[in-house]
Design a protein around this ligand. Structure first.
Ligand code: AMP
Ligand code: ZN
Length: 665
C-alpha cells in the first residue's frame, strides 16, 4: 500500500466511524481506538503535506480562528415559511395549493420544525465546500470553519447522490448536551445559557473553531437544492440524502391527504416532549418537486410549504416592575420585569409590553400575577392578568412621562402607538442606536466594528454620530479596553471600505424614520442623489410610487434639521456615496416600466437571479405566479406544464431568454 492509499484508507475508516457514531448513534469502535487511528492519520498527513485535504477527519477538531465572518450571497435565496396556527389555516392553504395546481390530489411531506439556526451547506462534485448562515435570506455569514467541526455532517457523502447541491438544515443543540453545558458553566461559577436555540445560533459565530468543536452541536437536514433532476419528490431526495450520510430525522413522513397531515400534527404535538431536541411545529411541503416549482414563491416564502405552529405554552408569574427602553429612533418600549419562571425549556425574566395602549388594554399593574406565553419570538409576551390574585390597594399603571435615559419629556404624535424621546442628538441610546444601525449589515456593512464597541466609543467621547466614525484613527482606538492593535486596524479599514457602499444602502443607513430598506431603494432610484431627495417638497415626494404622507413628512423633517444637514455635508467630504454611481445608472433603464414578468424554467446565458435582477434594473417587476397582470413569461428549459397551460389560457406571450436579452439591449 502506498502512503497515499494508507491515508485514504484511514480517512475512509474514520468517516465511517463518525457516521456510525454521530448519525446512526451506534458506535462501532472504542473512543480509544478511534483516537489511535486519528493520531496515525494526523502523523501521516503531517509528514506528507502534499496530500492535505480540508475534508479530512483530522480537520474536524477545529483550531482555526475567524475574526470577521465574511458575508456571502446565497446562490438560491433562503426563504422563510408562512405560519399557520389551526386546522382552518391548513385547509385554506390546501385550497390555495389545489387551485394553483389545478388538481385535488396532492401528496405532502410532513416534517418537524427543528428549532435552531438555519444553515446552507454547499457541496461541489460531491464534496463539502462551504457553510453559510441564513442571514437575511439573500446573504449570510461564511461559517465554514465552525461547521466543519460538527461531526454528524458528512463532508464527503458516501454513495449514489446528486453531485452539485446545497443541503439546507438546522443547527441545533440537543437538550442533553445543552443541559450538560449548563451544568459545567454553573460549576465554574458562570451564568447558565438561556435556551438551546440561541446557544446553537451563537455557537456558529464563535471565533475559535476549537470551542465550537467542543459543543455538542448537531445538524438536522430538511432540503436538497439542486439543478440535477435526479429525484421526482422531496421525500425521495431526503431519503437518499440520509442514505449517503446526512442526518435526516426518521420522523419525516408522507401524507396522502390533509387528514393524514392532521394526524401527524396531533401525534407530534403530544410526543414532541419525548424528542431529544426542541421543535416548535410541523412543516408541511408539497412532495412533488415539479409541483413545487409550479407553485413558486411569494415575496417571503414558498407557496409549496407551510409551517404549523404548536400552541405555545403558558405559565403564570408575578410582575415585579415596569421599566422603559429607548430605541434608536427614540421609540419607548415598556418592559415587564417578571419573577423568573420556567417556560418551554427556558427561564423567563422579562416580557415586552409593546406600548401604553397595550398596558391599558390589559390593565397590567405592578404586583399583578400575569400569564406569560412564549410564541415563536425570543421575547415572551403577557397574555392576561389573573384578576383574582390582584390586591385591593392596587393602582392603575401610570405610563412614564419622561425619558428614562435623559429625562426629556416624552411625546406622542397622534395616530402613533408609541411614545418617543425627542432628544435625538443628546439621548445616549439614540446616539448609539443610530450608529449601530448605520454600521449594520444591510446598511453600511462595516466589518470589524460591533454594537458594543460603538457604545464604548461613544462613552469614551470618540464618536457622537455616524460621521465621526470617518475621523477615527487607529491610535485613538488602541488604548480602549479589549482593543488589540489588529482589531483597531481592522475597524478603521472596515470604515474606510464602507465608502464604496452604494447610495441606496447609505440612504437606508441614515436611519430616517420610516425609511426602511425597500423605501430607500425606491427613493434612491427615483431621486438619484441625496441633494435631490433633500430638496424635494411634500408633493414631489408623495408623487413617488409607494411613498405616503408619513414617509414624506419624515423625510422633510430630516432634511430641514440643521444637525442632519451638517452630517450629510461631512459624509460627502469623506467620500461616502451620496448619489447613484455612474456605473449602476448605466445598467439601469426604464425600458420595462410597468411590465410584469414571470420567470420559469432553466436558463443558459444567465442565472435565474441575474435574469430577475436585469428585469428590475430596467424598471420591470418580477412576479412568481401568472395572472392577468402578467405582461410576459420568460421561459427557459423545462417550464412547468401547468404554468404553460395557464399562460395559454390567459393568452400571455411567452418569450425566450434571447428574446428578453434583445428586448433590453
Ligand atoms: P421562520 O424562521 O419562522 O420563517 O421559519 C423558517 C425556518 O424554519 C427555516 O429557515 C428553517 O431554518 C426552519 N426549519 C426548521 N425545520 C424545518 C423543516 N423541516 N423544513 C423547513 N424549514 C425548517
Ligand atoms: Zn432620551
Amino acid at each position: 500500500m502506498t502512503t497515499e492509499q494508507k491515508i485514504q484508507q484511514l480517512r475512509e475508516d474514520l468517516r465511517e466511524h463518525n457516521h456510525n457514531y454521530y448519525v446512526l448513534d451506534n458506535a462501532t469502535i472504542s473512543d480509544y481506538d478511534f483516537d489511535i487511528k486519528l493520531k496515525e492519520l494526523e502523523k501521516l498527513e503531517e509528514e506528507n503535506p502534499q496530500f492535505f485535504d480540508a475534508n479530512s477527519p483530522t480537520q474536524r477538531v477545529g483550531g482555526e480562528i475567524t475574526k470577521n465572518f465574511e458575508t456571502l450571497t446565497h446562490k438560491n435565496r433562503m426563504y422563510s415559511l408562512d405560519n399557520s396556527y389551526s386546522k382552518e389555516d391548513l385547509l385554506d392553504w390546501e385550497k390555495r395549493v389545489q387551485k394553483n395546481l389545478g388538481t385535488e390530489e396532492i401528496e405532502y411531506t410532513c416534517e418537524l420544525k427543528y428549532d435552531g439556526a438555519s444553515i446552507n451547506l454547499t457541496f461541489e462534485k460531491g464534496k463539502f465546500v462551504k457553510a453559510v448562515t441564513r442571514g437575511d435570506g439573500f446573504q449570510g455569514d461564511n461559517v465554514t470553519t465552525n461547521i466543519r467541526t460538527i461531526k454528524s455532517i458528512p463532508l464527503i457523502p458516501n454513495g449514489d447522490f446528486v453531485s452539485d447541491f446545497e443541503m439546507r438544515g438546522e443547527i441545533i443543540l440537543p437538550l442533553d448536551g445543552f443541559n450538560k453545558m449548563n451544568e459545567e458553566r454553573l460549576a465554574n461559577g458562570e451564568e447558565a445559557y438561556r435556551n438551546p436555540r440561541n446557544t446553537a445560533s451563537g455557537s456558529l459565530k464563535l471565533q475559535d473553531s476549537a470551542e465550537v468543536a467542543k459543543r455538542p452541536l448537531d445538524c438536522l437536514l430538511y432540503q436538497v437544492v439542486t439543478e440535477e433532476r435526479k429525484y421526482k419528490t422531496h421525500f425521495e431526495s431526503l431519503e437518499n440524502a440520509r442514505k449517503v450520510g446526512f442526518k435526516v430525522p426518521k420522523t419525516i413522513a408522507l401524507a396522502k391527504s390533509i387528514d393524514e397531515v392532521f394526524e401527524f400534527v396531533s401525534h407530534w404535538d403530544e410526543k414532541r416532549h419525548d424528542l431529544p431536541y426542541e421543535t416548535d411545529g410541523v412543516v408541511i411541503k408539497v412532495n412533488n418537486l415539479q409541483q413545487q416549482e409550479e407553485l413558486g414563491y411569494t415575496a417571503k416564502a414558498p407557496r409549496w410549504a407551510i409551517a404549523y405552529k404548536f400552541k405555545a405554552e403558558q405559565v403564570s408569574t408575578v410582575l415585579n416592575e415596569i421599566t422603559y427602553q429607548v430605541g434608536r429612533t427614540g421609540a419607548i418600549t415598556p418592559v415587564a420585569n417578571l419573577e423568573p419562571v420556567q417556560l418551554a425549556g427556558t427561564i423567563v425574566k422579562r416580557a415586552s409590553l409593546h406600548n401604553a395602549d397595550q398596558i391599558e388594554k390589559l390593565d397590567i399593574r405592578v404586583n399583578d400575577t400575569v400569564f406569560v406565553e412564549k410564541g415563536g419570538e425570543i421575547i415572551p409576551k403577557i397574555i392576561k392578568v389573573d384578576l383574582s390574585k390582584r390586591s385591593a390597594d392596587s393602582e392603575a399603571t401610570k405610563y412614564a412621562t419622561n425619558c428614562p435615559e435623559c429625562d426629556t419629556e416624552l411625546v406622542r404624535t397622534e395616530g402613533d402607538a408609541k411614545h418617543y424621546c425627542p432628544n435625538e442628538f443628546g439621548c445616549a441610546p439614540q446616539i448609539t442606536g443610530r450608529i449601530q444601525h448605520f454600521i449594520s449589515r444591510k446598511a453600511m456593512d462595516i466589518d470589524g466594528l460591533g454594537g458594543e464597541t460603538v457604545d464604548l466609543l461613544r462613552k469614551e467621547g470618540l464618536i457622537q454620530n455616524y460621521a465621526d466614525l470617518y475621523d477615527l484613527k487607529v491610535e485613538q482606538v488602541i488604548p480602549l479596553e479589549r482593543m488589540a492593535e489588529k482589531s483597531a486596524e481592522n475597524m478603521v479599514t472596515g470604515i474606510e471600505k464602507s465608502k464604496e457602499i452604494p447610495f441606496e444602502k447609505v440612504l437606508f443607513a441614515l436611519g430616517i424614520r420610516f425609511v426602511g430598506e425597500t423605501v430607500a431603494k425606491k427613493l434612491a432610484k427615483h431621486f438619484k442623489s441625496i441633494d435631490n431627495l433633500m430638496a424635494a417638497d411634500f408633493d414631489t415626494l408623495i408623487a413617488v410610487d409607494e411613498i405616503g404622507d408619513r414617509i414624506a413628512q419624515s423625510i422633510i423633517e430630516f432634511s430641514n434639521d440643521l444637525g442632519n444637514i451638517q452630517l450629510i455635508d461631512r459624509l460627502k467630504i469623506y467620500g461616502v456615496q451620496l448619489e447613484v454611481s455612474a456605473e449602476s445608472l448605466e445598467n439601469q433603464t426604464d425600458k420595462l416600466q410597468g411590465k410584469v414578468f414571470v420567470v420559469s424554467g432553466v436558463f443558459h446565458q444567465m442565472s435565474r437571479n441575474e435574469l430577475k435582477k436585469a428585469i428590475e434594473d430596467n424598471g420591470g417587476k418580477v412576479s412568481s405566479s401568472i395572472s392577468k397582470k402578467t405582461t410576459y413569461i420568460v421561459a427557459g428549459d423545462n417550464m412547468g406544464p401547468s404554468k404553460l397551460t395557464k399562460a395559454e389560457s390567459l393568452e400571455i406571450p411567452i418569450i425566450s431568454e434571447q428574446d428578453f436579452i434583445d428586448m433590453v439591449n
